[in-house]
Design a protein around this ligand. Structure first.
Ligand code: AMP
Ligand code: ZN
Length: 114
């Protein structure tokens, strides 16, 4: 999948609608369209990287901001204290569907692995 037909790139560029929870220069967070938990937000780098294999190609500081924005989103959604999962699916066995690196912030009920 190229950047041109990547749905998360389109959301990051404002070319596709999403319920944005938070955004800044390099990172955007938006509601998962098919929420699997009461709180289910996706945090993504605006820049297209398909997977963890290319994470080193992100601009300096963006990986750190993904973590910090996830925590800020959890606070905003009221699950920072009750707890949440910060999950990156990577590759076929993980069930990764969208090949633009993204972290799920999931909470609002008791979760279990996997
Ligand atoms: P993953 O399996 O980790 O690739 O997760 C992809 C996630 O993206 C799924 O939870 C989908 O529900 C979600 N998703 C797919 N398309 C959209 C969209 N247009 N807006 C918001 N979330 C989406
Ligand atoms: Zn993309």
């Amino acid at each position: 999948m190229s950047e041109n037909d990547c749905i998360f790139c389109k959301i990051a560029k404002g070319q596709m609608e999403a319920e944005v929870v938070y955004e800044e220069e390099g990172v955007i967070a938006f509601e998962d369209i098919n929420a699997k938990t009461p709180v289910h937000v996706l945090v993504i780098p605006r820049e297209h990287v398909p997977s963890m294999a290319e994470v080193g190609g992100l601009p300096d500081g963006i990986t750190k901001r993904l973590f910090e924005v996830a925590q800020a989103v959890a606070e905003k959604k009221g699950v920072a204290e009750s707890g949440y999962a910060f999950r990156i699916n990577n590759g076929p066995d993980s069930g990764q569907e969208v090949l633009h690196l993204h972290a799920h912030v999931m909470g609002g009920r008791r979760l279990s692995m996997p």
